[in-house]
Write a protein that binds this ligand. Structure first.
Ligand SMILES: Nc1ncnc2c1ncn2[C@@H]1O[C@H](COP(=O)(O)OP(=O)(O)OP(=O)(O)O)[C@@H](O)[C@H]1O
Length: 467
């Protein structure tokens, strides 16, 4: 039995995975939007972080909709990290949808449908609903004795009070069951949603705080409510337009939200939903919350997608579009034209462009430090200096990858702290891009298809190799 328990806890701790950006907790800006040197997992890249912060502020104030931002820079300079930082800094109610451009090329739906779904995942709707609740402290729950011994009680009385009044309510079988489920007793402060009969326990009344010692610290004490027992309350639900689409698309139903298998959603369904939401907005029942759609590797989109984006941004409900790319001047997919970042000029002209810069040695060192902490790896100073040097000579990503590998090498020799020898060992085991290319140059005649066909920008030759 003890063994079983041990292995269970071990499994549970292993579920916590560490992602490439799990150390990023925000943009690391102060209240004046000035970037702190190292904060919330972010290091350096100050002007890009500041620019992202300004955009975030505009989003929070609801001042911009339908704008688009491009984060451009060399590979591994933190473009995705900055987008993640933006996502983390947005409130829970502002939707943030993230895709990589290549995800939209699937067999199940057209490219533009996939883009449309992503857009609608980034548009939130706050729906306000007024409902009647009975809120107060329970004075007494009195359940009538059943007529037949052993049968469940069907009726009873509930006495509740506020600081100003007391009221008695008749209870039916359903309410008795709900109160039982929530384990409501006298002295609890509860709210009952009148239309649905849902019971919510808000806490224990302060008048019962003498019982603290007996019931322990996990119980929340609250004030006995004042005013009337029966009140009107506003409840706010936050959903995305995509969720409303899926729930209303009769072919899939809401279960598709969990499987992600939504298929194409018919244009008529969307039109009906847009009309309904517009009605709600007019009646003051709903508000639109434009969120953020982040498209990574945006150069992978083709000309049709770009023209879709151009149009979609004109919709008054459009979210803020943030795109990122590491490409320089390259062909626009689906055409023979070249353009900066592979993005057509008319779309580029709409974008606010933020650039990221390569990191200094000191910054690389700090990012590696943070990653060591995140991956729970203890590393000697000398080893860190060596890893930083590798990061400068190869790439930040390669150096980050070596952390866990070196920790395993260290574990294997039964060490506790990663030393330079572990770093050297894994550096020799795994090649970085430079060494791998060098190796290919030397031995390419021993590989199959070693010569890339040389053509005039042919589709399946040079371009295919780049993509
Ligand atoms: N300023 C930073 N502070 C902390 N960590 C960073 C920073 N910049 C990058 N990183 C980390 O370095 C790694 C590579 O960065 P990231 O993936 O954001 O680069 P990218 O610019 O999106 O690269 P690519 O163009 O190849 O997609 C990630 O693990 C990221 O979290």
């Amino acid at each position: 039995m003890a063994d079983l328990k041990l292995s269970e806890t071990r499994d549970l701790t292993r579920i916590e995975r560490i992602g490439a950006h799990s150390h990023i907790r925000g943009l690391g800006l102060d209240s004046a939007l000035e970037p702190r040197a190292v904060s919330e997992g972010m290091v350096g890249q100050t002007s890009a972080r500041k620019a992202a912060g300004v955009i975030l502020q505009m989003i929070k104030e609801g001042r911009i909709a339908g704008r688009a931002v491009l984060i451009a820079g060399q590979p591994g300079t933190g473009k995705t990290a900055i987008a993640m930082g933006m996502a983390k800094s947005l409130g829970l109610e502002t939707p943030f949808a993230m895709i990589s451009a290549s995800e939209i090329f699937s067999l199940e739906m057209s490219k533009t449908e996939a883009l449309m779904q992503s857009f609608r995942k980034a548009i939130g709707v706050r729906i306000k609903e007024e409902t009647e609740v009975i809120e107060g402290e329970v004075v007494e729950i009195q359940i009538d004795r059943p007529a037949v011994a052993g049968a469940a009680s069907k009726t009873g009385k509930l006495t509740m009070k506020t600081t100003e009044m007391e009221g008695v309510y008749d209870l039916g079988a359903k309410m008795i069951e709900s109160l039982g489920k929530e384990k409501v007793q006298s002295g609890d402060v509860i709210a009952i949603d009148k239309p649905s009969g849902k019971v919510t326990k808000l806490g224990r009344s302060f008048s019962r705080s003498r019982e603290y010692d007996a019931i322990g610290p996990q119980v929340r004490f609250v004030q006995c409510p004042d005013g009337e027992l029966q009140k009107r309350k506003e409840i706010v639900h936050c959903v995305t337009l995509h969720e409303i689409d899926v729930i209303n698309s009769r072919t899939q139903g809401f279960l598709a939200l969990f499987t992600g298998d939504t298929g194409e959603i018919r244009a008529e369904v969307r039109e009906q939903i847009d009309t309904k939401v517009a009605e709600w907005r007019e009646e003051g029942k709903a508000e639109i919350v434009p969120g953020v759609l982040f498209i990574d590797e945006v150069h992978m989109l083709d000309i049709e997608c770009f023209s879709f984006l151009n149009r979609a941004l004109e919709n008054e409900m459009a979210p803020i579009l943030v795109v990122a790319t590491n490409r320089g001047i390259t062909s626009i997919r689906g055409t023979n034209y070249k353009s900066p970042h592979g993005i057509p000029i008319d779309l580029l002209d709409r974008l606010l462009i933020i650039t990221t810069q390569p990191y200094t040695k000191d910054e690389i060192r700090k990012i590696l430090d943070i990653r060591c902490q995140e991956e729970d790896v203890e590393m000697a100073e000398e080893a860190k200096a060596l890893l930083t040097h590798i990061g400068v000579e190869t790439s930040l990503r390669y150096a980050i990858h070596l952390i866990t590998a070196a920790a395993l090498a260290c574990q294997k020799r039964k060490g506790k702290v990663v030393e330079s020898e572990d770093i050297t060992r894994v550096y020799n085991l795994f090649l970085d891009v430079k060494r791998s290319t060098q190796y290919l140059m030397e031995y390419q005649e021993q590989y199959m298809f070693n010569e890339a066909p040389i053509g005039d920008g042919d589709e399946d030759g040079t371009n295919a190799m780049l993509h």
